[in-house]
Design a protein around this ligand. Sequence first.
Ligand SMILES: C[S@@+](CC[C@H](N)C(=O)[O-])C[C@H]1O[C@@H](n2cnc3c(N)ncnc32)[C@H](O)[C@@H]1O
Length: 386
Amino acid sequence: MTHALGLAQGVVGLFAGRVLEPLLVNVPELFGSTLAAHRRLQRLPYSAGGIRMGRDDNHALLQMFFAAHLSQAVGQVAELGVADLIGEDGTRPVSDLASETSCHERTLYRVMRYLASHGIFVEQDDRAFGHTSLSKALRSGAEDSFRPVARMLQMVSRGLAGFAHTLKTEESALAHVFGEPMFEYLSKHPDAAAMFDAAMPAFHVGEIDAMLDAYDFSDIATLADIGGGSGAVITGVLQRHSEMRGVLFDLGHVIGRAQENLARDGVAHRCRTVEGSFFDTVPDGAEAYLMRHIIHDWSDTDSIRILENCRKAVPPGGRLLIVETVVPGGNDPSPAKEMDVMMLLYPGGMERTETEYRELVAAAGFEVAGVTPTASMVSVIESRPV
Ligand SMILES: C[S@@+](CC[C@H](N)C(=O)[O-])C[C@H]1O[C@@H](n2cnc3c(N)ncnc32)[C@H](O)[C@@H]1O
């Protein structure tokens, strides 16, 4: 169980603390102080009704371990599609839910009762369950549905069994358990890859608008999105800047799905797609290159290789925009610290401090020109070729 702690804390921050939205759009308020974190813990299991288990410190530690069960319960019901079966505003008896999901009825009831005690679903009369705002967000058709995120986190959480290995080696726990690195695994498992791509926009909801509000893209004629995944980022930028052209670069198995998204969102005619690996090359033809949540997936050595390929593509006077969380100093909670452990365990990467980013880009022939915080958890780290 100790293996689950890192994820459990992160996921419980998302679910039980009812904080997904503030996490993404109001970082200072949520993570401003250890007191806030302590208050967050008070809202977790076994504080309801003033009933506590043991003295305060034991109680807080116990809650952290219980959080592992909570995140798994959310992931399991998301996988089963229980929120979809309840409908938009409906109520369904657990007997129906169990038969339609091939679950053991009393067991599903106990798990649903547990989730309802955390505000995910609500138990009505006769062992029937309806929605709360949190369970509605798990519906496939919800705006920015959290279901793909929950399914993706559930999938990668199998890697938590490798946490001890990671601590000894700094190697990805997921790679240790799955037998291959995360992105290789995804390239061989199309269903998992589609789930991963679908999860990214909802996981990072709010970041694109926050980035566009904080950083001035207006003088960029062509922007290349390197490792652009589903295309959500380049689409958001092109929709805000109607004269701009885009390049979307990612692995071949990702680009097909991205092209459908670009067409659906009305920007395909302004966005060229290029397949390839950023370890081999990065397409030229743009004056600005953007990477959101790419560098944090990789070790320093791998990141420098990617950055060196970007350096070859960025023209004189051009720029590189790294969009990532920046790890603050001190002991206060931060989304960057939550994400850092997730990166450590799954892709085998890391979130970095501003100093670490300055050193990293310098090793590939760039210089940081500015770091622009946004209203979400990411900052825009602008680098220029030297
Ligand atoms: C964490 S996702 C971020 C996706 C997108 N930038 C976003 O913010 O939504 C990482 C992306 O890197 C891509 N990727 C992984 N290895 C790659 C490689 N060798 N070359 C190009 N893209 C790669 C993945 O396919 C995935 O789309």
